[in-house]
Design a binder for this molecule. Sequence first.
Ligand SMILES: Cc1ncc(COP(=O)(O)O)c(C=O)c1O
Length: 461
Amino acid sequence: MLRAVGQRQAITKSLTSSTRLFSTTGLLKNASSPSSSYRGTPDADSESHTGKYVTTVSKPYTVTTYARPNLVLTHGKGSHIYDLENREYIDFTSGIAVTCLGHAHEGIAKIIQDQAEKLLHCSNLYYNMPAGELANKLVTKTREFEGMQDASRVFLCNSGTEANEAAMKFARKYGKSVSGGGQGDAKVEFITFENSFHGRSLGALSLTPNPKYQAPFAPLIPGVNVAKPNDIESVKKLISKEKTCGVIIEPIQGEGGVNTVDEQFLIELRKLCDENDAVLIYDEIQCGLGRSGKLWAHSHLPREANPDIVTMAKALGNGFPIGATMITEKIENALSVGDHGTTYGGNPLGSRIGAYVVDQIANEEFLNAVNSKSEMFTAKLQELADAYPDKILKVKGKGLLLGLQFKDDVDINKIVARCRENGLLIITAAMNTIRLVPALNIPEADIKDGLKVLEHCIAST
Ligand SMILES: Cc1ncc(COP(=O)(O)O)c(C=O)c1O
């Protein structure tokens, strides 16, 4: 029996007998501290296959931009993932909200095999059929599933950052087109929001107002102003018809702490953008494509909060790198041939995968299932929050983009490590928040098992 599976089953069993907090009727009030039964398997040591691989093959030859535990993942199936030591984990990370249909999805594997035998790449010198199909599907499904009703065209690229770079350039071009097309600094500024995350390239990083990420690379692009989410007055102070070309916001912030932006604020933001002829960009790279329980996070909003541009990536490829920038005809009218481009964007393989993923997600039955899993997940997280008021501040998020915000004195990195040692992968976000972003089709049994481990590790940390 795999070690971590054994650990998790031991925990699930011991929680069931003496320290279980969850029951079908809710929280058992008399749960004793499970710390005595905590027997996680520590990360692999330096003598293990993992340790040797990391220290001799990987680390010395890889740039030092990531801090990682001794964990080498080798394969997965559905919501389970396995490492080089053959330990099994329930995956509540889905590669940071990417593998929305789970690991080793058969439909996607078939597409990859089939397309690899036909045509992987042909550049944007020519048309290819999957790219047209994906663009077409994104526009029609977006309209059909309560997304931006003026969705009209799509630029295909390879990542979230690239999708935002395209959005920035399109907003700049629009700004120039409505302000006389000048070369100078007329209508080139952006407004972004506190705690937002839009990527790490110099453009996208300029919109990501986190000193930890920005400071080592300053100066960034000028003219980016930072407002507060849910504070329309803070936007009014910064926006101007003469200077602002674009306003970018995540309708649900992921990395920034799993914070849902208020509907009324977004309605007012749309109005302000209209009054100032500024392009409203929704970054749905993390919160889009079914993650919120609707096709788009903005599908929860009324039409008067529709954006001019939506950026997406992550779930669109279920792990294959792809991104897209969807725009209205108003933005399209400001663009000309040669304004932007990419070698790989819209390649037949990625596009075919993207079209398949959109077909799976833009489906009432699929979205209803996401919502019922979300209800169960959220209710259990609330039980946890009620059981540990000394540690947990609140439950946050929507759909299957969920967060547990902890008090400042709780070391959530320890909880993450303990969960890993007990067969559950989770990630953090800002504001001392644990972020839970499983596959959208995760079975309820995996949610329950994973939450038992999480509860155990919160109790014992
Ligand atoms: C909201 C948001 N925007 C942009 C990005 C950047 O995407 P990528 O890492 O694919 O470049 C991310 C990545 O986490 C994100 O969550």
